[in-house]
Design a protein around this ligand. Structure first.
Ligand code: ADP
Ligand code: MG
Ligand code: ZN
Length: 491
């Protein structure tokens, strides 16, 4: 934290809606197998409407409105029951009409908020200024000496979610973004794929003397598409602006781009003001009139939201808040956790006893394996049934914590049953007293000095004996049981 200056951050998020068709025509918004239209043959996914032919008329996709409503209702927004599409005029080769259909003065959602967990104990309320619907542009493809335009993406539906300038640090911005990402994916309105740009963020950043009321001049960092890069870009930009202002310079309002390889932001162009776009209501589209009954139906149909799920995980499953926060950040991790707990409940374990170990393995080992291999947990061969078995066998001390890791790695790769892996790899701990006693006796006989010290009160040596017995049994003894037996033997 800088002693003299503070930062002010507002984020604009574009979330691509996962509808079947585009926002104003019948062209596909995603391919049949769910992949991006960008992967279809160049310009194969176009029609006169999205290619901007003169006279072609747009027709609004009802599902887009429904998805925007879900987003607004989940983030405490006011819904404008009459909202209007406007033309945002600008020239870009990938924008064939010469304007983007968006919403301006009368967006569908206004004035919401999000309560964001910014640390273990603290939440911060971040206000939302608006959520509006708009169309995506096409894509320019550059070659040496010339460029071509691919309009497959033109007309794919987006919502833009605009926060108030309520964020103060890169970490807060990151927490807000993660929270919003978890919401739109939980709502099923956006696939959240950041690499493909389906959830991307423009970060507005300014600095001002600490405690000042007025906002400083902001810059806008465009289209950053990873949580970590957003945080790093903002961090760089704050430092740049502070240095500039302290040196007597002035921040100019401009659009900048983040270069992740060099970790710095670069000026792209001076920033347009809203009036430069000559917004006006689109004469080809009627105002959108929403019936209260439909809004209520959508409200009732909202799924459990990440914050609610987190509270439930803590309350019903005894999961630690930090683990719960990680789990609900990803729908598939949360589902995996619940399925594992359900398996364990079926075999008689209390949900509150099952929750903690299931969460620990998921947040720790399984996420580590997933990161290491660039996969989602659900893409591995390991199922909730496997994890439930691991939890059960560890609890019953049939396998050790180390053994459990080995078993998980193998099930992750092969999908074999846990029982068969435990047997094949000889991971069953020896918990049979009769089988352990000879090994213990042997260790005791071989270490008279340590035995004497232990008997004289040097309790710490218990670990030494357990270690020796583990060695003697090839790591297969149940260490807790060995500890008990050694103690009984020597006292
Ligand atoms: P535009 O759409 O042209 O970028 P908006 O007025 O809609 O302009 O503002 C967009 C974003 O900029 C909002 O998220 C808002 O919170 C943020 N913002 C506005 N002023 C500042 C400022 N001085 N410092 C930081 N963020 C700001
Ligand atoms: Mg902007
Ligand atoms: Zn089309």
């Amino acid at each position: 934290m800088h002693p003299e200056f503070e930062a002010v951050i507002g984020l604009e998020v574009h979330a691509q809606l996962s509808t079947q068709s585009k926002i104003f025509c019948g062209c596909r918004a995603r391919l049949a197998d769910g992949t991006s239209v960008a992967d279809a043959a160049v310009n194969s996914n176009t029609c006169p409407v999205c290619a901007g032919h003169p006279g072609a008329l747009p027709v609004l996709n009802r599902r887009v409105v429904e998805y925007a409503l879900r987003a607004g209702l989940a983030t405490n927004c006011r819904i404008r029951t009459t909202n209007v599409f406007a033309r945002k005029n600008y020239f870009y080769p990938d924008l064939p009409k010469g304007y983007q259909l968006s919403q301006y003065e009368e967006p569908i959602c206004e004035g919401g908020y999000l309560d964001v967990a910014v640390s273990e104990t603290e939440t911060k309320r971040v206000r939302l200024q608006r959520i509006h619907m708009e169309e995506d542009a096409g894509k320019s493809v550059h070659f040496p000496g010339y460029s071509l335009v691919n309009l497959n993406r033109a007309g794919v539906p987006l919502i833009e979610i605009v926060s108030a300038p309520d964020l103060s640090t890169p970490a807060e911005a990151g927490a807000y973004l993660r929270s919003l990402h978890a919401i739109v994916t939980a709502l099923g309105i956006c696939d959240g794929n950041m690499q493909e740009g389906n959830f991307r963020c423009d970060a507005n950043v300014s600095v001002r003397p600490r405690g000042a009321r007025e906002l400083g001049t902001r810059t806008e960092i465009k289209n950053v598409n990873s949580f970590r890069f957003v945080e790093k870009a903002i961090e760089y930009e704050i430092a740049r602006q502070i240095q500039l202002v302290k040196g007597g310079g002035k921040v100019v309002q401009e659009t900048r781009t983040y270069d992740s390889d060099r970790n710095l932001t670069l000026s792209m162009r001076s920033k347009e003001e809203a009036e430069d776009y000559r917004y006006f209501p689109d004469p080809d589209l009627l105002p959108v009139l929403l019936e209260e009954a439909w809004i209520e139906e959508i409200r009732r149909g909202l799924p459990e939201l990440p914050e609610q799920k987190k509270a439930r995980f803590i309350r019903d499953f005894g999961i630690a808040p930090a683990d719960a926060a990680i789990l609900v950040g990803s729908r598939e991790l949360a589902d995996f956790c619940e399925a594992t707990i359900a398996e364990l409940s079926r075999s008689g374990m209390e949900p509150r006893a099952a929750g903690k170990p299931a969460a620990n393995w998921l947040v720790g080992e399984l996420r580590r394996l997933a990161n290491e291999q660039g996969l989602e947990v659900s893409q591995s061969c390991l199922t909730p049934g496997h994890l439930a078995d691991v939890v059960r066998l560890t609890q019953e001390q049939v396998i050790s914590g180390q053994g459990a890791k080995t078993v998980i790695a193998e099930a992750w790769r092969t999908g074999e049953t846990i029982a068969s892996i435990v047997d094949a790899q000889g991971l069953r701990q020896v918990s049979d007293t009769g089988a352990l006693v000879p090994a213990i006796d042997k260790v005791i006989a071989a270490n008279p000095k340590q035995v004497a010290e232990f008997k004289a009160g040097k309790e710490k040596l218990l670990g030494f004996f357990v270690g020796q017995v583990m060695k003697e049994t090839g790591g297969k003894a149940n260490p807790a049981l060995v500890g008990d037996l050694v103690r009984k033997r020597l006292k």
